[in-house]
Write a protein that binds this ligand. Structure first.
Ligand code: PBG
Length: 323
């Protein structure tokens, strides 16, 4: 029996050896923590399907943000739950809306923390859809006006990055034009470019109280069987002025992240969504898997697929573990 010449195990023989040849890394700055802002004071209401995540009033949110800065994570992304929802999503683009006030408070109290805002209407509409309903469907072009107004109001409040997640056609262009004419040419757009109509958003809709009252989001979010269409969406968003592209969800869509990485030279983000988080937490709480290990493995796999940074409900836990 001749000895094998090639022995890949040589380079796996010890931790220092493995560390030396590791191709992908995880840093706290790779993580963005989603936070949910609500009206009130002293509110810290746990989201039952997302252990460790809460709806937070601004005072409580600030504590969370200070901790994020302490941990050196990449930043936070804000979602707002307004006191009142209406047909026109007015809470979404009200300069005194919940997200706008939250951004101002963070910028004042926790300077240096990167703040992104999610730009969408579904948290603000009484029907839970992402835009203006006409004849039972979301009207694209009217909705663009709401999105542009929301993005400008976020920039006015001090948001570092705006991230439209609605999947209307032409929203990146509309937002870019609105930001530029309002005097915010320097505020970048992180586009949720390849956002699929996914069952993995279930727990988020409890968190944001944004489940659609009728129908679903399949007429605007992408159809899961499609990958070429994702590349087309990304290309269009870049043409319209997107600075960064996002793929969402993350783990079931690693093929899309990889193709985005290979095809485009802008930063690529992945969103490890609520359902991905909740599944890991549920299995871990049953003692079926090792939570810390799976958490880091899934995040690492997003990075290996080509994501530069990851929006994840594990941001704090992961940063603590590797910090
Ligand atoms: C708003 C929005 C959603 C998520 C991010 N932005 C919900 C949806 O599209 O229904 C989902 C995030 C998650 O599941 O963690 N449109």
């Amino acid at each position: 029996m001749p000895f094998p010449i090639h022995r890949p195990r040589r380079l796996r023989s010890s931790e220092p050896m493995r560390r030396l040849v590791r191709e992908t890394s995880l840093e706290p700055t790779d993580f963005i923590l989603p936070l949910f802002a609500v009206e009130g004071e002293g509110v810290r209401k746990e989201i039952s399907s997302m252990p460790g995540n809460h709806q937070l009033s601004i005072d409580e949110l600030l504590k969370e943000c200070a901790e994020c800065r302490e941990l050196g994570i990449g930043g936070v992304i804000l979602f707002g739950i307004p006191a009142h929802k209406d047909e026109e999503a007015t809470g979404g683009y009200d300069p005194e809306g919940i997200v706008q006030r939250a951004v101002r408070a963070i910028k004042q109290e926790v300077p240096g923390l990167l703040v992104m805002t999610d730009v969408c209407n579904c948290e603000y509409t009484s029907h839970g859809h992402c835009g203006k309903i006409i004849d039972g469907d979301v009207d694209n072009d009217i909705t663009l006006n709401w999105l542009a107004a929301a993005a400008v109001s976020h920039a006015q409040a001090g948001a570092d990055i705006v991230a439209p997640s609605d999947m209307m056609d032409g929203r990146v262009g509309a937002i870019r034009t609105a930001l530029d004419s309002a005097g915010f040419p320097k505020v970048p757009i992180l586009s949720y470019a390849a956002k699929y109509a996914s069952g993995f958003y279930g727990p988020f809709r409890e968190a944001a109280e944004s489940a659609p009252a009728f129908g679903d989001r399949r007429s605007y979010q992408m159809d899961p069987p499609n990958w070429r269409e994702a590349l087309r969406e990304m290309e269009l968003d870049l043409e319209e002025g997107a600075d960064m592209l996002m793929v969402k969800p993350a783990l079931p869509y690693l093929d899309i992240i990889r193709q985005a990485r290979d095809r485009f030279d802008v930063p690529i983000a992945a969103y490890q969504v609520s359902g991905e988080f909740s599944m890991i937490m549920a299995a871990a709480r049953n003692g079926w898997i090792d939570q810390d290990r799976i958490m880091l493995e899934t995040l690492l796999c997003c990075r290996r697929a080509g994501a530069d940074f990851i929006l994840t409900y594990f941001a704090r836990d992961a940063a603590r573990l590797i910090g």
